[in-house]
Design a protein around this ligand. Structure first.
Ligand SMILES: Cc1ncc(COP(=O)(O)O)c(C=O)c1O
Length: 385
């Protein structure tokens, strides 16, 4: 524990962003898609029906309803789990933390994507220093590299990972999606080398065109812990996430979760979902993000002829490489010009690897701001182009 406190402070990557800046750094949903009026109606309806009940520790019986609603939705996506294999959490982050807490000790090995979601990286580093980075390319995690590393470790008698943490669909930060073959390969490796797979599916429902089955839907051997969230498709401040996986692990997670729960938010979400045609909402969301993504990539073509990026098939992010750039330095100039992004280094365990990269988010800013933001960024990046 003391050792973890020597790590970089959490959230250190969040730069001081002046109010007037165009926000291409943040992984927040589009403000127009956050259902504030519907949530207000759900709060009113809940309190009118149940008075003080939802505000007690034990909360409203509607929190059971939320479980049923999420389980039904998972089933529609090919994930059939029982109630004992399912736990609602305070966002995907609590799910990741609980999994790390029950599965890891200081000697444990975790395989992570490189680059990966920086908060997951911070969480794992609270528990162990032994993270193995597996590179990501335009088709997601490079499973052949994972296989080589596992083979070599086994031959040398070194410990194998306790689990692999992966974001197979519309990854944060690269926006890439793992192919079907690679998904199959991950599961084969998990069986052969006896590790678990933590599948973070925070963006899984936000496909622009086609989507692949989740690893959990393909999992025949209860190896996958599927982590989900409503943050990116409803509202992050509601803090609703979940884990679907083997009952012993869910039982242990529930044990440690104790009262770190948000019964009020869960009941409000249940009422909101019961009164919403969510499939319809998702169609509108996907259209909005697809269009914003197109605006961003068109602006990049115009203003960044010498850079390269992956074109995402869903999610919130575009990952760009500016050869020869130091993107942390670039950020200082970009903020002065009124546009933000996240320097790539913060998504890597070995931070020096990421200095030529940056993450742009098309989710939060509107289309006009996106084009203007990329124009401004192109202007300050001229020195490198
Ligand atoms: C890959 C990934 N997982 C999880 C989260 C956080 O989800 P939650 O708000 O449910 O904790 C994020 C948010 O940025 C994310 O990008």
């Amino acid at each position: 524990m003391k050792e973890a406190l020597q790590n970089n402070p959490p959230g250190e990557w969040i730069p001081e962003i002046p109010d007037e800046c165009i926000r291409l750094h943040c992984g927040y949903p589009a403000p127009a898609l956050v259902p504030d009026e519907e949530v207000k109606a759900a709060v009113n309806r809940l309190l009118e029906e149940e008075h003080d009940l939802p505000l007690h520790y034990i909360g409203s019986p509607k929190i059971i309803k939320l479980k049923e609603q999420v389980l039904k939705r998972l089933k529609e996506r090919g994930i059939s789990v029982t109630e004992k294999e399912f736990l609602i959490t305070s966002g995907a982050c609590q799910a990741i933390d609980l999994i790390a807490r029950i599965l890891l000790d200081e000697e444990s090995i975790v395989a992570i994507e490189s680059p990966t979601y920086m908060e997951a990286l911070e969480i794992f580093q609270n528990y162990t220093k032994h993270l193995i980075s597996i590179p990501v390319d335009k088709h997601g995690l490079q499973t052949d590299v994972l296989e080589e590393i596992l083979e070599e470790r086994e031959q040398k008698g070194l410990a194998l990972p306790r689990f692999l943490y992966t974001i197979p669909s519309f990854q944060n930060p690269t926006g890439t999606t793992m192919t079907g073959e690679r998904r199959q390969h991950v599961l084969e490796l998990a069986n052969r080398y006896n590790f678990l797979v933590v599948e973070d599916d925070a963006y899984g429902e936000l496909s622009f065109n086609k989507s692949f089955p989740t690893l959990k839907a393909m999992d025949q051997n209860s190896r996958v812990l599927h982590v989900g969230s409503l943050s990116k498709i409803v509202a992050p401040g509601m803090r609703i996430g979940w884990i679907a996986g083997a009952s012993e692990i869910i039982h242990a997670c529930a044990w440690f979760k104790k009262d770190l729960n948000h019964p009020f938010a869960q009941a409000v979400m249940a009422v909101y979902l019961a009164n919403t045609d969510f499939n319809n909402k998702l169609v509108a969301m996907r259209d909005t993000y697809r269009s914003k993504c197109n605006v961003l990539t068109s602006a990049l073509e115009q203003y960044f002829p010498a850079a390269s990026w992956y074109v995402p098939e869903g999610g919130y992010f575009v990952w760009m490489k500016i050869p020869g750039a130091d993107t942390s330095e670039l950020l200082t100039h970009a903020l002065a010009e009124g546009v933000s992004f996240i320097p790539g280094q913060y998504f890597f365990k070995e931070q020096a690897t990421g200095t030529e990269y940056l993450r742009l988010s098309f989710s939060y800013a509107d289309e006009q701001e996106i084009t203007e933001g990329i124009r401004r960024l192109g202007k300050v990046a001229q020195a490198y182009l």
